[in-house]
Design a protein around this ligand. Sequence first.
Ligand code: NAP
Length: 258
Amino acid sequence: MTSSLTDKVVLVTGGSKGIGKGIARVFARLGSKVLLVARGAADGDRAAAEIRESGGIAAFQRGDVSELASMQRAAAAAAEQYGGLDILCANAGIFPSAALADLSEAQWDKVFDVNVKGTLFSVQACLPYLQKSDAGRIIVTSSITGPITGFPGSSHYAATKAAQLGFVRTAAIELAKYKITINAVLPGNIVTEGLQDLGEQFLNQMLAAIPLKRLGTTDDVGYAVAFLASPEAGFITGQTIVVDGGQVLPESLQAVGT
Ligand code: NAP
């Protein structure tokens, strides 16, 4: 797998932080040329510089996934800078918390705009370029929350993550005629800058529910994404890979053991 992604052009939405930054780092390590897309230029420029300092090829482009024109500019920038586009990682997402009794229409719309409409716009913007690639790939970052599990305060977020999978399954059929595959990864609890801020007690509670007894790393997600992007995964489309250390498996905390 490691040599087959060399020189591929990859656009990662939400590539300036967290899981997206980890995905971008993995592709760069495997020899791909990466364009990180996010709204904030300071984090984006820093993430791209870090990858370049480690010997990778990376650049940052400002873009907002909830605006089609913005994503069209980002996709064009990838193609201009690197001569085409082979792989889209539709990863950008937000996860605000609100109890459903208090959830406003504006809060509901906002998370759908970024997580669901943002997935659609990222795919639509990149499609003309992916069609020209001989191995076009799309990998969507969903979550275990929604498709498999629930978490209080996450009804709107969980609905978006499940909606992404409905989108992936139909898109897989529509995009098959262009030989483009589309799949999703479903991360469990992954250590990111934001998660670490929640404190040691919270992290230990999370850890107790994971059979492999560690939190996930952004590399864990990045390598699953890289596999789905590789030529070796060319016959897999419309599918999901759960990356969670076994978190969705136990019937109860008792079943996890010590
Ligand atoms: P994060 O650390 O908060 O990073 C989110 C990234 O998305 C940032 O680069 C952010 O940059 C960008 N972003 C947010 N809104 C955007 C918009 N409208 N347009 C373009 N970029 C935007 O989040 P994360 O934890 O890495 O999560 C990334 C994805 O993984 C999400 O889809 C999330 O649902 C999923 N996920 C995360 C976990 C976890 O444990 N962390 C678990 C399951 C699934 P700007 O704000 O500067 O735009």
